[in-house]
Structures are given as C-alpha cells and as structure tokens.
Design a protein around this ligand. Structure first.
Ligand SMILES: [Mg+2]
Length: 237
C-alpha cells in the first residue's frame, strides 16, 4: 500500500489540535473582556474577515503580523465600533494560546504513531502561542521537534519552510517523510513544493480538487493518502 516512512511531519491546527474550538472560545472571551456582547452572527462575520486575510497571506499579499491586527480592525470598522484592533488582538492571542482541545482520537493515534515513527510538528502560527498549546494539551511529549513558521520566518506551503525543517532534523530523509495535514493550500501544497509525500486529513469529506494541491495531476509517484478520521492512520501507517 504505502511505502515505508520513518518521519512524519504533522500539522497541528485542524489536524491534531482543535483550532476551531480554540478560536471560538478566544473570540467570545475577548469580547467579554472588552465589554462587548458578541452573537453567533458576529462570530460568523469575524470568521469570514479572518479567513479572507489568511487567504491573502497564503498568496503572499499581507504579512502575518499585519493580518492578525487588520482582521480585528476590519471587524470593528464593519460593526461601527471604535475599538483598537491591535489592543484586541493582544488579548485574543493570549486567550488563543490557552486553547488546547484535541481533535477526536488525537491522543491515542499519536501514542501509536510515536511507537513507530519520529514525529515533527510543522505549524503556521505565533511561536509562543503554538508552544503553549502543545504544552497545555500534553502532546508535546510525542514530538521529536517542533517547527513553527513564526519562529522560522517562512510558512507552509513555502519550500523554504520544509528546507529549514530538513536542515534541522537529524539524518533527514525526505524520501521517507510524509506530511499529514488538513489544509490543501498549506500542508498538501507544501508537501508538493518540498517534494515529499502527503496525507490529506479531510474530516468534512470535501471534494478533491481537480487541479492544484491535492489533485493527482502531474504527480508521478505521488503517494496521495487521504483520511477522514485520525484513527485511519493506524491502519495505513
Ligand atoms: Mg491545519
């Protein structure tokens, strides 16, 4: 079935850590701290703005530092509220750094994978936030090393991100490395850019795109694994 791997590169948010739950909690708690009452509709407005900025970031149009503030500046502008976006972002980021809910079966699956492979975190985000969440969730103990874009200075899907990881992994062997993640644009495209195998975690059963990341076009020898639940990793790896 699949070829033999030695090293697994693991995305965290949306793959092993439940980032949606962390974002949700941080948003409402930060709103409360600033004295606002946020509704589900407000959260949906913010989510749309936030997603738009991250997509622009992945296209290289805005820096991460700028977007994390701009998303709140835009939100409050849209709501007609006179609130400093940077100030809000600071509180939000701290709350986000405490969110550490796990995706279903994450612990059990990591325990299993750890017994067979070297495990490396490959995550986009703020270094202190990501480290704190890995620590609070307890899953840092499974990891051989942790690679965070905010620390490296480049992010997935850039090839340079993966180059950095391989340069810092003892006896790195891209031939026997696979990246596992939920994002076609950062994890799967990143793996393609780095020339390594990829496994798409697709819990919501999204349709596979016909072109671009995740499609089979132009990928000779591409071991294109796809899973709908983390538990499936125990069968295929
Ligand atoms: Mg992810």
């Amino acid at each position: 079935m699949s070829k033999t791997y030695r090293d697994l590169m693991l995305d965290m948010d949306g793959t092993f850590l439940d980032f949606e739950a962390a974002e949700n909690n941080a948003f409402y708690t930060a709103m409360e701290k600033f004295g606002y009452t946020a509704t589900e509709e407000d959260y949906q407005i913010y989510k749309k703005i936030n997603q738009g900025y991250w997509e622009a970031h992945e296209r290289g149009e805005i820096s991460r530092e700028a977007l994390i503030i701009a998303r709140f500046t835009s939100y409050f502008e849209q709501k007609g509220i006179d609130q400093d976006g940077a100030e809000f972002e600071e509180v939000y980021q701290e709350l986000l750094g405490q969110g550490h809910e796990l995706i279903k079966d994450a612990w059990e699956v990591l325990e299993y994978l750890k017994s067979k492979y070297r495990l490396f975190v490959v995550t986009n985000g703020v270094e202190s936030t990501q480290r704190n969440r890995l620590h609070l969730s307890g899953i840092e103990k499974f990891m051989d090393d942790i690679f965070i874009s905010g620390c490296i200075g480049v992010q997935k899907p850039q090839k340079e991100f993966f180059d950095y990881c391989f340069a810092h992994m003892e006896n790195a062997d891209p031939e026997h490395t696979i990246v596992i993640g939920d994002s076609l644009t950062s994890d799967i495209q990143g793996g393609m850019n780095a020339g390594i195998d990829t496994c798409w975690f697709n819990p919501k059963g999204k349709a596979r795109p016909q072109t671009g990341a995740g499609s089979l076009a132009g990928r000779e020898g591409f071991t294109d694994l796809e899973i709908g639940s983390l538990k499936e990793l125990k069968d295929i790896l």
